[in-house]
Design a protein around this ligand. Structure first.
Ligand code: FES
Length: 169
């Protein structure tokens, strides 16, 4: 067994050495080759949302830190965080919606809170870290728009745990 492993490793090393020996020096590789080494797939922007189908528009109103209300027509399935970011509202979403921060913390209008599916353990753990937690707090990246939430009102908290310089000015 041991001898077999040594032989296998030796064969692999020899093969990789040969492959390296066959690789041309970097200076000899045409410049266009390097350009193709990097991925050219689309960047996954934050705040990507779908256009609602005619007649299936849902409505959401955000109340910002300074008390201004903004209402948008949105599609079913988009998250509150994506909607906020797509419209340039002040929602950081530092972890990109992977439930690993609390910077997408929102306060849901109590009238709609029970219409949202219960938060799972991961969301509850992150909510515990949210600044200014309330009885109707949720993470915006974990709440998807549905017909039951049509007309929902969501307040953006005055601060999030990921403090920025602008929070102090
Ligand atoms: S964006 Fe990080 S938990 Fe929602």
């Amino acid at each position: 067994m041991f001898r077999f492993s040594i032989a296998l490793v030796h064969r692999q090393l020899t093969a990789s050495s040969l492959a390296l020996a066959r690789t041309p020096p970097i200076a000899a590789i045409p410049r266009r080759t390097f350009q193709r080494l990097f991925s050219s797939s689309m960047i996954n922007f934050h705040g990507h949302i779908h256009k609602p189908k005619p007649g299936e528009e849902l409505h959401i109103t955000f109340v910002t830190k300074d008390g201004k209300a903004f209402t948008y027509e949105v599609a079913e399935g988009d998250t509150i965080m994506d909607i906020a970011q797509a419209h340039g509202l002040d929602m950081e979403g530092a972890c990109g919606g992977s439930c690993a921060c609390s910077t997408c913390h929102v306060i849901i209008d109590p009238e709609y809170y029970d219409a949202i599916p219960e938060p799972d353990d991961d969301e509850n753990d992150m909510l515990d870290l949210a600044f200014g937690l309330t009885e109707t707090s949720r993470l915006g990246c974990q709440v998807k728009m549905s017909k039951e939430l049509d007309g929902i009102r969501v307040a953006l908290p005055s601060m999030t745990r990921n403090l920025q310089k602008s929070d102090f000015s």
